[in-house]
Design a protein around this ligand. Structure first.
Ligand SMILES: [Zn+2]
Length: 288
């Protein structure tokens, strides 16, 4: 028999951290924990996550039907259940709107790699799922292309969702991602983001393998690939409206696939225009 009281308390504790860190304004955000094959604890609708009590938490089945609890479950339960159905190893899901990561969700800006070693080890590539109306099944299903290859997903024009084997672990990935996004935005305000090399990036991916952290890039199909190009999720970019370029990623045009040709074309055009301007200036100087 699972210790429901302990897991309810874990949810309340993480709710308090979410709220205090500003990851969930007013009644934003929701947290779940799977206590058995078909039973999931779920935060209630319309409650501030900083003030939930164990008695407020609902018990639902894997279809979202309420089994126990006086307060109705969160309307976002489907998003959590979709992740749990796809990933039997996942016990807990945390969804919220952390401002810095959500800024990337609003800009549809791809999360760059090879900036901070811990981020490379703990998060790896971070996908952005396409926008859908919250609380619908269509919205819940937007995470399906990514759920086996990541532990945190950015939801376009909405927020984030992260998951793991405990409530705290599920929350960690959100906290790491938002701290990373905050640092990126601050560095951009200083003026630029510098990257470590693709080779150094691969050293971290290999280290991760030795430490037993899963990463889709351990698949031999990705061996030696360009980490800046986000080979893991790049194919989803056009459908999800993801862009890359605000952070001066080295060779970001490679990452943007077809945009490479366009970028090369632009560079050639700029070079021709510069030559013509120089020619005219030389002509003007000679005439003087
Ligand atoms: Zn939300």
């Amino acid at each position: 028999m699972p210790d429901l009281d302990r897991f309810k308390q874990d949810i309340c504790d993480i709710g308090d951290r979410l709220y205090k860190r500003g990851f969930a304004a007013a009644n934003d955000g929701n947290i779940t924990y799977r206590v058995s094959e078909d039973e999931v604890l779920c935060t209630p609708a319309m409650h501030c996550k900083g003030f939930i009590k164990p008695a407020d938490i609902a018990l639902i089945d894997m279809e979202g039907r309420q089994l126990a609890g006086e307060k109705p479950r969160s309307s976002e339960a489907f998003l959590h259940l979709e992740i749990m159905k796809a990933r039997p190893d996942v016990k807990s899901v945390v969804h919220c709107h952390p401002p810095h990561a959500t800024a990337f969700a609003v800009a549809h800006e791809a999360i760059p790699n090879c900036v901070l070693p811990e981020v490379e080890v703990f998060l790896g590539n971070v996908p952005i799922a396409k926008y859908e109306t919250p609380s619908t099944l269509e919205f819940a299903e937007t995470i399906l292309p990514f759920v086996h290859k990541a532990n945190v997903i950015i939801l376009a024009n909405h927020g984030t969702v992260s998951f793991g084997e405990s409530v705290e672990r599920a929350y960690w990935w959100t906290e790491i991602l938002d701290a990373y996004c905050r640092i990126l935005i601050l560095a951009k305000q200083i003026g630029r983001v510098e990257y470590f090399s693709n080779e150094k990036g691969w050293e971290l991916v290999e280290l991760k393998q030795r430490w037993g952290f899963p990463d889709p890039r351990h698949d031999p199909a990705y061996a030696g690939s360009d980490l800046f190009a986000d080979d893991v999720f790049r194919e989803t970019w056009s459908e999800c409206g993801v862009q890359s370029g605000a952070f001066g990623i080295p060779g970001w045009s490679r990452a943007a696939g077809k945009q490479k040709e366009r970028s090369e074309f632009d560079e050639a055009l700029i070079e021709r225009i510069a030559d013509r301007v120089a020619e005219k200036l030389r002509g003007a100087l000679v005439r003087e």
